[in-house]
Design a protein around this ligand. Sequence first.
Ligand code: BGC
Length: 295
Amino acid sequence: MLRFGFDIGGTNIAAGVLDEQNRLIAKDSLKFPRGQGTPEVIETCARLYRSILDVSGIGDERIAGVGVAVPGSVDTRTGTVIDAHNLGFHHTPLEALLKDRLQKPVRLINDADAAALAELRIGALNGTRTAVLITIGTGIGGGLILNGELFVGGRGNGTEPGHMILRNGGLLCTCGVNGCAEVYCSATRLERDGAPLGILGTRALIDAARNGDPAAKRVFDAFIDDLGSYLASIVNLLDPERIAIGGGVCGAGDFLLDPLRENVGRKCFFETCPEIVTATAGNDAGIIGAALSAC
Ligand code: BGC
């Protein structure tokens, strides 16, 4: 049987079909209907589901179950999105709504947990028993692998490492609390600090730093220093075998990883630092992980 995964983001809803060998055999995306409310999101998901099956010629009866990844805290026991600030979902019973619309078993999962599951099964965390995936994009997401399995939180709410507090009384996060790691270690930070230099966007800032622009390099170094402190704290808490970095920022490759490994190595408590690698499941990790989480 095949499985279907949705990765719902604030810009796009991406989705696809996973075969028995965990290969994505069909995929597509539609714009997230921003500001239009939950019924329109459900309709957009249903439209996407239908068109992916139609275009690929896959019959609905071959889909055993559907997984849905969202960028926020979820209650996996009740299938409710508790808070996904970027989507405007608060206490939204997404699992039941989609189940009703698609007439399929539906499972809800945090987007970074989905990506961690994909990395565990087919990517950079394969074979690990204790590992962490940190996704660095607009926000910071994270998924924990404990005892060789995805850990979805002691109370089933997932884990939210992006909202570990890095600065008491620091800048305000989208979650309403000051000083979250997300404010200092995300692509949004690079964008924010690049703007006064006239450098627009994360990629442009990284390129300028790589090309030796001194002001851009200072912004990038300060970012590495914050990200290094953040990852060193995670290492001290969990002693993981491996940390994988995903999300848009990991496209910087060794320009990011080399100074980061040095920074974390210097700050972590242990004599040796775990491996820090880039995630390998790519942009489709959220869809793949969502589908993997389906029944
Ligand atoms: C959310 C997380 C999510 C991450 C990446 C954060 O702001 O709180 O749940 O995994 O962004 O999308």
